[in-house]
Design a binder for this molecule. Structure first.
Ligand SMILES: *Cc1c(COP(=O)(O)O)cnc(C)c1O
Length: 407
């Protein structure tokens, strides 16, 4: 698998996968198999498939040819043995966790996580006898200190949503492997084009395919990639029986279309985000900018080491109170106020009141999510137009903050 992968470039694999299999009827794209079930010529054939003695599809909650086509392509991009499709990023994350955990096990998770992942671990999974320990994973020694033989999963995002903190994937994976725990990395912010957690030593990469992989803001989906054994176990336990969070064939088809331009889109997202981050950093009304491509970024060296490029996401704080930050966001005209990220359209949101509202105020303070943080997903529009929108919205703030308190 690894040998085959190294033969072709990322863009070629994103378009063709590893194999240039002829599609039915010579179709350029894999056909859309809108079929919940698959027929057997003879009862014995079905029995052999159910027993795992014969390959083939029999029910689309277990497998479907359109999903298989995406799974092959995505595995080739993460350079994994195997990959799996899910109904959503949360479907991927929860299916993987349910597969590998039992009551009495421990999970070690980073402090900063996507809001619903935090809610699942901290408020959900912990009700089922699984102990969840949050540590600051920017410090590998802190992870080593809480690992034990009860630890089954070590989980983090890098960059973390929303504050952009990075975690050293190679260092944490090595520490976790020593106690037999699986390292699971949420690679949503990077996609396999910018970062390949498995090549850095992690066991499983999970993704919200809703974001850059789909890339056009028109679907909800998730992916996971890992060893053939791990993915088979997730398929037949977590996905098939515990969550049923199955992707529809139409969504798989849309994601395959998105993947064909993934590297082109990511290059533009990264170039524009770099330019916007630099301009924001130089603006007098901006207090701080967290972007892995800035020399001022605390983990600039780690970003260079484990990411191909710094990505399309920026976290920033203004020199104003939260009312001022909201005023600025409301003054934007091109950039849309919306959650989600990784779309062609630039999107801006306020994590404390939106994506990370599952954290209490105290938890946000404890977990490094400032109430004044703004999250910007830099889209594919012309960078000068994105900047013009931000500059003019920041300009209205200046006008209000210096104007007498009349209106
Ligand atoms: C959006 C997101 C998720 C959840 O994915 P859905 O597709 O919305 O279920 C998980 N992790 C990260 C980092 C995300 O940005």
């Amino acid at each position: 698998m690894a040998d085959q992968t190294s033969k072709t470039g990322f863009a070629t694999r994103a378009i063709h996968g590893l194999e240039h299999a002829r599609q039915p009827e010579g179709a350029l794209n894999p056909p859309l198999y809108l079929s919940s079930t698959f027929t057997f010529d003879r009862v014995e054939e079905g029995a052999a498939m159910f027993a795992g003695e014969r390959p083939g599809h029999f029910y689309s909650r277990v497998s479907n040819p359109t999903l298989s086509a995406l799974e092959e392509r995505f595995a080739a991009l993460e350079e994994a043995e195997s990959s799996l499709c899910f109904a959503s990023g949360m479907g991927a994350i929860t299916s993987v966790f349910w597969t590998f955990l039992s009551a009495g096990d421990e999970v070690i998770a980073d402090k900063t996580l996507y809001g619903c992942t935090f809610a699942f671990l901290h408020h959900g999974l912990s009700r089922f006898g699984v102990k969840v320990i949050h540590v600051d994973m920017t410090d590998p020694a802190a992870v080593a200190a809480v690992l034990s033989e009860k630890t089954k999963i070590v989980y983090f995002e890098s960059p973390a949503n929303p504050n952009m903190r990075l975690v050293d994937i190679a260092a944490i994976s090595t520490i976790a492997r020593n106690v037999g725990a699986k390292t699971i990395v949420d690679n949503t912010y990077c996609t396999p084009y910018l970062q390949q957690p498995l090549k850095l030593g992690a066991d499983i990469a999970v993704h919200s395919a809703t974001k850059y992989l789909g890339g056009h803001g028109d679907l909800i989906a998730g992916m996971a990639a890992g060893s053939a054994d791990d993915m088979m176990q997730v398929r037949v336990e977590g996905l098939k029986d515990m969550t049923g969070a199955v992707m529809t064939p139409l969504t798989a088809h849309q994601i395959m279309r998105g993947l064909k331009t993934l590297d082109l889109r990511m290059d533009r997202h990264c170039a524009s985000a770099q330019e916007i981050a630099e301009r924001l950093e130089a603006h007098p009304l901006v207090k701080s900018v967290s972007y892995p491509g800035l020399k001022s970024f605390a983990q600039f060296a780690l970003a260079k080491r484990q990411m191909r490029a710094p990505g399309g996401m920026i976290a920033l704080e203004l020199n104003t109170d939260i009312g001022g930050a909201m005023h600025m966001m409301n003054a934007l005209t091109l950039i849309k106020r919306a959650v989600s990220l990784g779309d062609a359209d630039s999107l801006i949101q306020h994590p404390a009141s939106m994506t990370h509202a599952a954290y209490s105020k105290e938890e946000r303070a404890e977990h490094g999510i400032s109430d004044s943080l703004i999250r910007l997903s830099v889209g594919l529009e012309s960078a000068r137009d994105i900047w013009a929108d931000l500059e003019s919205a920041l300009g209205t703030l200046k006008a209000t903050s210096t104007a007498p308190k009349a209106a």
